[in-house]
Design a protein around this ligand. Structure first.
Ligand code: PLP
Length: 389
């Protein structure tokens, strides 16, 4: 193998060369500010932004008027939750979400709680799925918004978003989903799901970092998102600031490419992921799969190796880039809140490895990773046994 193997596609993905190609002119010769209304430089930039807006909207079955560009899914989640909490405060001051959400949802909810908004954070079943009856029970007269992610970034579990869409419509509450790991990877259509707000981000789908989008349904009566930053009328007044034109152009291209390759890629990656799991099961004596295998992204695998510290495992896997169970909080070594929500004990949660396969992943790479992981786990277990632990 030449160089390290990248199996961390849930953290980020490389920019597709075609997306990069499309971006390049917008750094130099077509550098205009999309808000400049009086000359060609501005018009060219604005035109490129609107084309990208159509590409991004099209990818999720929306129309271009329903999409606001942001700096990424973290900002989109903040804008969705804080924006609805403020804009719809007359409708109710209660939000329902789930324990396995991304920190940008959970931390925003905590912030809103300090602001006097009630938050119900639902547990999940051991397979990672939200219990629909519990969700239905959690919705009250005061509930304004339900926020449940489409695909989890650690365990790849796909939540029943269509059922949640139906439920929230019946109960007259808005539905937001963080679809950062899903858009471009599995079929996603805002009308089929019946969702009001969607966050997604370019760098998880072979676009550049630092750009994302928030979809806000136009035809949702009473849905009013209030801006959380101020300073100009850009993006329908929802997100002021000069647009990052090259990144937006790259986002549009990347998402259009995903749309083309998605069906075949999903089949190819599911087969590789199954090969990875079968290989690990055959080579590693004791192994625990985290999260449902049936309701899961095709390119995700998350496993715990009892008696192993995933931190040491990740380190020993020098030429295989994966993420270990505690990686999501970058400062503190704590067990993943997602794995703890599944009911894993702390030791097993700290013994997990996340594999994220991607567009460049080959069968040879998967086979190499199986051998490498198996041999490292064996060595670490022997070491541990030798120490009498
Ligand atoms: C990566 C990710 C985010 C954050 O996206 P950024 O664009 O990096 O801010 C939010 N939610 C999920 C599920 C993610 O995977």
């Amino acid at each position: 193998m030449a160089g390290p193997i990248y199996l961390d596609s849930h953290a980020t993905t490389p920019v597709d060369p075609r997306a990069l190609e499309a971006m390049l002119p917008y750094f130099s010769e077509r550098f205009g500010n999309a808000a400049s209304r009086n000359h060609r430089f501005g018009w060219e930039a604005a035109q490129a932004v609107e084309r990208a807006r159509e590409q991004c909207a099209h990818a999720i079955g929306a129309t271009h008027t329903e999409l606001v560009f942001t700096s990424g899914a973290t900002e989109s989640n903040n804008l969705a939750l804080q924006g609805v909490a403020r804009g719809c405060r007359e409708r109710g001051r209660h939000i329902v979400t789930v324990e396995t959400e991304h920190k940008s949802v959970l931390d925003t909810c905590r912030h809103l709680e300090r602001d006097g908004c009630a938050v119900t954070c639902l547990p999940v079943r051991p397979d990672g799925l939200v219990d629909l009856d519990r969700l239905a029970d959690a919705i009250t007269d005061r509930t304004v918004l339900v926020s449940v992610m489409t695909a989890n970034n650690e365990i790849g579990v796909l939540q029943p978003v269509r059922e949640i869409g139906r439920l929230t419509r019946e109960r007259g509450v808005f539905f937001h989903t963080d679809a950062s790991q899903a858009v471009g990877k599995v079929p996603f259509d805002v009308d089929e799901i019946g969702v009001d707000l969607v966050s997604f981000t370019a760098h998880k789908l072979y676009g550049p970092k630092g750009v994302g989008a928030l979809y806000v349904r136009r035809k949702s009566p009473g849905l009013d998102v209030e801006a959380i930053t101020h300073g100009g009328g850009h993006e329908r007044g929802l997100r002021p600031g000069t647009l990052n034109v090259p990144a937006i152009v790259g986002f549009g291209e990347a998402v259009a490419i995903c749309r083309e390759v998605q069906p075949a890629e999903a089949v190819r990656l599911a087969a590789l992921r199954d090969r990875l799991l079968a290989g690990l099961r055959a080579r590693v004596p004791s192994l625990h799969v985290n999260g449902s295998l049936d309701h899961r992204l095709p390119h995700n695998l998350n496993v715990s190796f009892p008696d192993i510290e995933s931190e040491s495992l990740g380190m020993a896997l020098d030429d295989v880039a994966v993420s270990s169970g505690s990686a999501c909080s970058t400062t503190r070594r704590a067990p993943s809140h997602v794995l703890m929500a599944l009911g894993l004990d702390e030791e097993l949660a700290m013994a997990s490895i996340r594999f994220g396969l991607g567009r460049t992943t080959t069968e040879a790479e998967v086979d190499y990773a199986i051998e490498k992981v198996a041999s490292v786990v064996k060595r670490l277990r022997e070491l541990r046994a030798g120490l009498g632990l």
